[in-house]
Design a protein around this ligand. Sequence first.
Ligand SMILES: CC(C)(COP(=O)(O)OP(=O)(O)OC[C@H]1O[C@@H](n2cnc3c(N)ncnc32)[C@H](O)[C@@H]1OP(=O)(O)O)[C@@H](O)C(=O)NCCC(=O)NCCS
Length: 250
Amino acid sequence: MFSEAHKSRSIDKGQGSRVSVSEGILFRRFSPDGEDSSQMSELVFDNAFLGEPFDAICPCKHWFSDVVLAPYIEHQPENIHVAVHQASGRLIGYLTGSTGGTRFEKLQYQMVRRQVVSLAASLTMPWTLFDQSSRQFAAHVIFKGESERPNHPQTGAHWHFQVDREFRDRGVGAQLLQRFVDDVVAAGFSLIWAEVSSYPKKPPGYFTDRGWSIYDAKPTGLFADHVDFPVETLCITKPISAFEISARAA
Ligand SMILES: CC(C)(COP(=O)(O)OP(=O)(O)OC[C@H]1O[C@@H](n2cnc3c(N)ncnc32)[C@H](O)[C@@H]1OP(=O)(O)O)[C@@H](O)C(=O)NCCC(=O)NCCS
């Protein structure tokens, strides 16, 4: 967490332009000019293998970031928050959230399914265009993707977030989450949830110690050929009442 001395300054210029600054990190809403989305694509791909670059699993950066990000960029852009390192201008964290409930989830499912179909079609390409590990990844997504997803609450808002490894464990993720919680309060939801990976470094107790409840858990074999420990996907939840509500959202 940031120390008292470095607590964030908030400047409220209305819903679209609220920014805050902490220790040289600017927090603001997503800008649809293309630059944020391209840096978000890099970041998610760099983090997606349990916090490490995903290319060991599949060098399919464009496909992967499209699957993960496009539904939010197209349908929930107002619920995306970014963290920018002011000195370099580099995007070092983002949160994609949804207050769109099951309606958004249906759209997301359709978009992801279209992408999975295109991936299945690409499996018919020559081996040289799609290497062995990518084929394994694609087959896993196609045949196991849905069954390895934990159940989640039918109400509530959900989110995903990513922070560049050089900036982790300093409260950047918590600040992004707090900004989204303010949106969730304004949208009238009382619960938030997320799907997260659990493995020996982040066992279920890591989350319960931080006040999260585990709604459901499913083992995943997505990384089985690359790590020698079990990985589970957890659906974690927290009531909004457990968060401090910022004055601007109250
Ligand atoms: C997870 C991640 C985004 C957290 O950001 P961070 O800046 O390193 O972490 P912070 O110091 O701000 O603390 C994280 C806060 O988010 C909460 N949290 C929710 N989900 C979390 C998760 N998957 N991992 C860690 N913290 C998580 C923690 O409880 C903590 O809040 P608290 O201090 O109120 O308990 C970052 O470490 C990261 O990108 N890791 C690799 C990729 C990843 O696991 N992404 C999450 C997928 S949803």
